[in-house]
Design a protein around this ligand. Sequence first.
Ligand code: GDP
Length: 487
Amino acid sequence: MFDSLSNRLTKTFTGLRNRGRINPVDIEETCEEIRVALLEADVAGSVVSLLVEKVRTRSLEQISLDKKGINPGQQIISIVHEELVSILGGSARRLRYAKVAPTVIMLAGLQGSGKTTLAGKLAAYLKSEGNTPVLVACDLQRPNAVDQLQIVGNSVGVPVFAPEPGNGVGDPVKVAKAGIEFAKQKVHNFVIVDTAGRLGVDKELMEQAKNIRDAISPNEVLFVVDAMIGQDAVNTAQAFLDGVGFDGIVLTKMDGDARGGAALSIASVTGRPVMFLSTGEKSSEFEPFHPDRMANRILGMGDVATLAEQAKKALDGLDGESAQKLEAKFVAGEKFTFDDFLEQLQAMKKMGSMSKILGMLPGAQSAAMKKQIAAIDENELTRAEAIIHSMTPSERQEPKIINGSRRARIARGSGTEVFQVNNVLDRFTAAQKAMKQMRNQPGLGGAANVPGMPPMSGMAGMPAQKVAPPPKRSKSGNPAKRALEGR
Ligand code: GDP
């Protein structure tokens, strides 16, 4: 997401940060670099001009104050950050709940924008927050849209109200109304209405969406738009705003980088907030939109807050109390065992691909970090899981007892090689060590503000990179000793 934009801006700011003094010419140059970077990322021209002008005026003001002891480059970066947050919509906007349940959310947008997929993700998200949503199939136009919604609903365990077969049959306004009644009867506190789209904006589409809206008076009309279509996303949003009206925006396909910058201008141009992002095809690849976190990501400062939330959710999803249990153990300084490690691995698997997770860390745009990310073997987690499953309960609790013959047995049991078992043991030792270090460093949340990559081993459960079998050498049976030997 925004890789190339983030890359360019990170480069601009690295130069800026290293300067002791900054003069007006430096500011002009920086503003020009920001302008080009944003335009190349497909941010709307009017939004770029507005942002650059504000950055220029505020930066010139700042350097004239010549505050001692404050790095001027850092001050300008803060200004860019604030202005970026402002064009992204300021503060995050949460869903408005109805005074009397159910809260009705209507999804609108073009065909192929990812509405149906999004309906499932939103339902899963609401469910994970303790709600009882129901999906209503009002896209009776697109072939198989009703079936698709049913599949999506099944996969996330949310019921689907679909009285009509679709494929051109049925009246979407009637279905929408009946869907609300159904939700009231069955005491669902959220109704998500999936509506039909067209391949392009047309009158008939607007008319149908308006009729549904008028019939059910939704608490939120969310406009779903594919961020990959560049400036067209902004134009389509504007057409929908004029024709149907909406309260918030959901940007889909944010996992692609090409022209995604249009997404940056959409809130500013339409005056409506971006509320959610869809970042892949899996139901977990979805997140509420926070302008400040997005600005962090764009400026290469990482998004540790979102990462932490996703990790917590993934852990909670495994077993209601996992995250708390682990946290309590962590705080109490209790022994970190392979059972905890396994839970972490499973949680990480649920969070999505490793490269995506690492991409949210501060400094993810640095060349060194990119090399690390490119070298990640996504199968590593599955392999590590199989290896831990092949351990006996006592081995999981007391990894020190895992000697040479036990390693060979574990490798056989998990269908892996001994060097791969050794890798997992090394990782575990590093994770154990990292846990100890982290316990001694209060205020981990501060990491979000510190550009610069934490050591790779600092993340418990981090898979190793693709590695060739190491040359044979004598190794100690003690994992802690072996980890030291490996240096
Ligand atoms: P609808 O016509 O608006 O209901 O669109 P769909 O939900 O059927 O989505 C259209 C296509 O986009 C499908 O192939 C989805 O799997 C895909 N899709 C949806 N959201 C995302 C996303 O965030 N990232 C990616 N890469 N693909 C997505």
